[in-house]
Design a protein around this ligand. Structure first.
Ligand SMILES: *Cc1c(COP(=O)(O)O)cnc(C)c1O
Length: 247
C-alpha cells in the first residue's frame, strides 16, 4: 500500500515537471509569433524563467532542456538555492535590491545580471562591491516608466541627466533598461509604456551611449512587450504555474 502511494506521488511529480516543459515551449511559440508579427528576429529575444517561490526540481527540469539562466527577486532565496547546488545555473537578480545585500551577489560569479538597478546609491554600491571582487558587473537600469508610486525605479523625467553619472562607474557595465508595469487587465494598455522605454533607450544611444537590452514583459503582457522590442521577457507563472505565495 505504502508503495502505491509513493509511486503515485512520483508520477504526479513528474507530470508537474513535464507540464513546465510544455508551458515553456508554448511561451516560446507565442514569442516566435509575436516576433514574426513585428518583423523581429526571434533570436534576439531571451526568455528568463522567473523561479521565485519555486523549488530546485522545477529549475532542473528546465535546465535539462539547456536553459541555464533564472530570475530571482529575493537575495536570501537566491542564496539558498545556490547553496543547495552551487554553480548549477546562472542567476539574474530582478527584485528590489537592498544595498546591504549587494555584497552577497557580487561574490557569486554565476550571478551575472542585475535587472533592477534602481537608484544612484545602489549603483555606487554595486560598483564598489564589483571592484572588490575584481569584476565588472552587468546591470540593467530600472525605469519607473509608468510613474507608478508603488514601483521602484528611476523617474523617467530627468533620466537623461542622471544617466552619465551611472555610465561613468568603471565596474558597472550598463547593458540596457528594465521596467515593471502595474497590472493591466488588458495587455494593450501596457503597449505605450513599452514603447516609451524603447524610445528612451534609442534616445540614449543617439547621444552616444551603447545599450542594447530591454527587459520588459511578464506573464500578463510579454507578447506585447516582444512586439515593442523586448530582448528579455521575465516569465514566472505562465511557465511554472501559480506561485503558492507572493511577496
Ligand atoms: C515575479 C516577477 C516576474 C514574473 O512575473 P509573472 O507574472 O509570474 O510572470 C517578472 N519580473 C519581476 C521583477 C518579478 O518580480
Amino acid at each position: 500500500m505504502a508503495e502505491v502511494v509513493k509511486m503515485t506521488g512520483n508520477l504526479e511529480n513528474n507530470s508537474k515537471k513535464d507540464e513546465i516543459v510544455i508551458n515553456y515551449k508554448e511561451v516560446k511559440d507565442k514569442i516566435k509569433s509575436a516576433a514574426e508579427r513585428s518583423g523581429r528576429d526571434f533570436n534576439e529575444i531571451r526568455i528568463l524563467p522567473v523561479s521565485k517561490n519555486q523549488d530546485l526540481d522545477k529549475i532542473k527540469k528546465l535546465k535539462s532542456l539547456g536553459i541555464d539562466s533564472f530570475g530571482e527577486s529575493r537575495v536570501q532565496e537566491l542564496l539558498d538555492k545556490e547553496e543547495e547546488e552551487p554553480g548549477f545555473v546562472n542567476w539574474h537578480f530582478i527584485g528590489h535590491l537592498q544595498r546591504n545585500k549587494v555584497k552577497y551577489l557580487a561574490r557569486l560569479e554565476n550571478c551575472n545580471l542585475i535587472h533592477s538597478l534602481d537608484s544612484p546609491r545602489l549603483a555606487r554600491e554595486i560598483n564598489k562591491r564589483a571592484r572588490k571582487n575584481n569584476r565588472i558587473f552587468p546591470v540593467l537600469v530600472q525605469i519607473n516608466i509608468a510613474g507608478d508610486d508603488n514601483k521602484y525605479g528611476f523617474p523617467k523625467g530627468n533620466f537623461l541627466d542622471v544617466f552619465p553619472e551611472l555610465w561613468e562607474l568603471d565596474n558597472l557595465e550598463i547593458r540596457g533598461l528594465m521596467t515593471i508595469l502595474p497590472h493591466f487587465d488588458d495587455a494593450e494598455k501596457a503597449r505605450p509604456y513599452f514603447r516609451e522605454l524603447k524610445e528612451l533607450k534609442e534616445k540614449l544611444n543617439s547621444e552616444g551611449y551603447g545599450i542594447t537590452e530591454l527587459s520588459m514583459g511578464m506573464t500578463n503582457d510579454y507578447e506585447v512587450a516582444v512586439e515593442e522590442g523586448a530582448t528579455y521577457v521575465r516569465i514566472g507563472r505562465e511557465i511554472f504555474g501559480e506561485r503558492e505565495y507572493d511577496q
